[in-house]
Write a protein that binds this ligand. Structure first.
Ligand SMILES: Cc1ncc(COP(=O)(O)O)c(C=O)c1O
Length: 467
């Protein structure tokens, strides 16, 4: 008798897919043409001829194009040692260990440092890789509302007398809201309650901090002169000249797939942490190393990125200008203060409609829906890169305004035809739908800013022409 399994299996999968479709949560793979506003290539390095050249050279010179095994077997190469040394210097830590992705780094780190006797305090908006690492570690989870220091403190206080290790885990630049974690306050709480801190700099790597070294380096939370620390005993990495409590930072994760236009990630911290992870992190131990030519790509990207202060400044200036205009137009952009600007729409189908409208207007924008973000705050996630021109941003703001106008008049039409009480459009407008005089002034702003900030259009154009 033929097995019933294949048919049952298919119908279960189909039913799940149709449930997700009904909820407006079914996803599909597609390349979207247009000005790319969903890319993490913040410095525009993915199309850099210099980076391409460095990679081509490395491939040509490589003894082998496959790594042939995990780092502990045949996959190790001197190129990884050299890269890890350079990256540690960049991050301001004693050591760094390369993982094949940020996801693998977070999983490996969290499952190595925490177990069922330990407690992890995690910001509610942390990335899925952190959430999964925490789950897999088996540690007690304390999810505190986004950036809510009171909630974090009361969780820490509750666990004050526990014998297990306490770790606070946060992104530095939040991937969906584009805001920055209150690091100084988190460090102070960590010091007060004897907790370690793990920072994920994925969206800050090469973009924020001095020479793009990240927000932790910007606060001197990590220093090249770490003393020895035994993380397995609960010691933290020793730091010098740092803000209060920064000595409790045990690890900083930097990823290479975003602004470094490559792939992989580094866990940066003390030499003992590195040694410990080499022996313990399963996502490091049991996974094939990336090909050694990729070490050359990351190395070249790192060198290029450090010299891109002008692009970083232009990106910052464009992000500030766009955020200001969107807020004047009445959009809720959460607390974004970086190159990631969410436009909170609310319902899933409204977010999908907004994305489709912008796509028709020539912008590659995607709707971000649960489970990536909490229910009820589906959004467009605009991520700016140094390759986007002020003119493109002006057109983007105009397109968003046109979408708002269309939604408002559709809302009115529907209201009239149902002769019901006026219904607010699904868009979460903070102010009036037609914010008077909202217009983009990228070019004007370059006249107004101080020398320190003013690297705006000129550099952006330079960055554009160098691509
Ligand atoms: C905050 C954060 N951490 C980690 C990751 C995972 O990095 P990777 O894409 O290299 O796996 C991402 C990716 O989107 C991220 O946004």
């Amino acid at each position: 008798m033929p097995s019933e399994f294949p048919q049952k299996f298919s119908s279960e999968l189909e039913s799940a897919l149709s449930t997700w479709a009904q909820r407006g949560q079914r996803r599909s793979l597609a390349e979207i043409p247009g000005v790319n506003l969903c890319s993490n290539d913040y410095l525009g390095l993915a199309q850099s001829p210099r980076l391409r050249g460095a990679l081509a050279e490395a491939v040509a010179a490589a003894e082998r194009v496959g790594s042939t095994g995990s780092r502990l077997l045949s996959g190790h190469d001197r190129a990884w040692d050299e890269l890890e040394e350079s990256f540690a210097e960049f991050a301001g830590t004693e050591a760094a260990l390369f993982f094949t992705s940020g996801y693998a780094a977070n999983l490996g780190l969290l499952t190595s440092l925490a177990g069922p006797d330990d407690s992890i305090f995690s910001d509610a908006l942390n990335h899925a890789s952190l959430i999964d690492g925490i789950r897999l570690s088996g540690a007690r989870k304390h999810i505190y509302p986004h950036a809510d220091l009171n909630a974090l403190e009361s969780g820490l206080r509750e666990r004050q007398n526990d014998r297990g290790r306490k770790l606070i885990v946060t992104e530095t630049v939040f991937s969906m809201d584009g805001d920055v974690a209150p690091l100084r306050e988190i460090f102070a709480l960590a010091a007060r309650y004897g907790a370690g801190v793990i920072l994920d700099e994925a969206h800050a790597t090469a973009v924020h901090g001095p020479q793009g070294r990240g927000l932790a380096a910007g606060l001197s939370a990590v220093a090249a002169s770490h003393g020895a620390a035994d993380v397995s005993r609960g010691d933290a990495v020793v730091t010098q000249g740092a803000v209060d409590g920064a000595e409790n930072v045990v690890a900083v994760v930097h990823t290479c797939g975003k602004a470094l236009a490559s792939v992989g990630a580094f866990v940066c911290g003390g030499a003992l942490l590195k040694e410990y992870l080499i022996n313990r992190a399963r996502s490091f131990l049991f996974s094939t190393a990336l090909p050694p030519y990729l070490a050359a790509q990351v190395h070249a990207a790192l060198r290029l990125a450090q010299s891109m202060d002008a692009e970083r400044a232009a990106l910052r200036q464009n992000a500030q200008a766009l955020s200001a205009v969107l807020r004047r137009q009445g959009w809720d952009t959460a607390s974004s203060s970086t190159q990631i600007i969410p436009v909170i729409i609310g319902k899933n189908d409204a977010a999908v409609a907004a994305a489709a409208f912008l796509q028709r207007a020539g912008f590659a924008v995607r709707a971000i829906r649960p489970p990536t973000v909490p229910q009820g705050i589906a959004r467009l996630r605009l991520s700016l890169t140094a390759a986007i021109t002020p003119d493109e941003l002006t057109r983007l703001a105009d397109a968003l305004q046109a979408f708002r106008d269309e939604s408002v008049s559709e809302g009115r039409r529907e209201t009239a035809s149902h002769s019901a009480a006026p219904r607010a459009p699904q868009l979460l407008a903070k102010t009036s739908a037609h914010a008077a005089g909202a217009h983009l002034d990228f070019t004007e702003s370059s006249h107004r800013t101080t020398d320190a900030q003013d690297t705006g259009d000129a550099h952006l154009t330079e960055a554009w022409s160098r691509r």
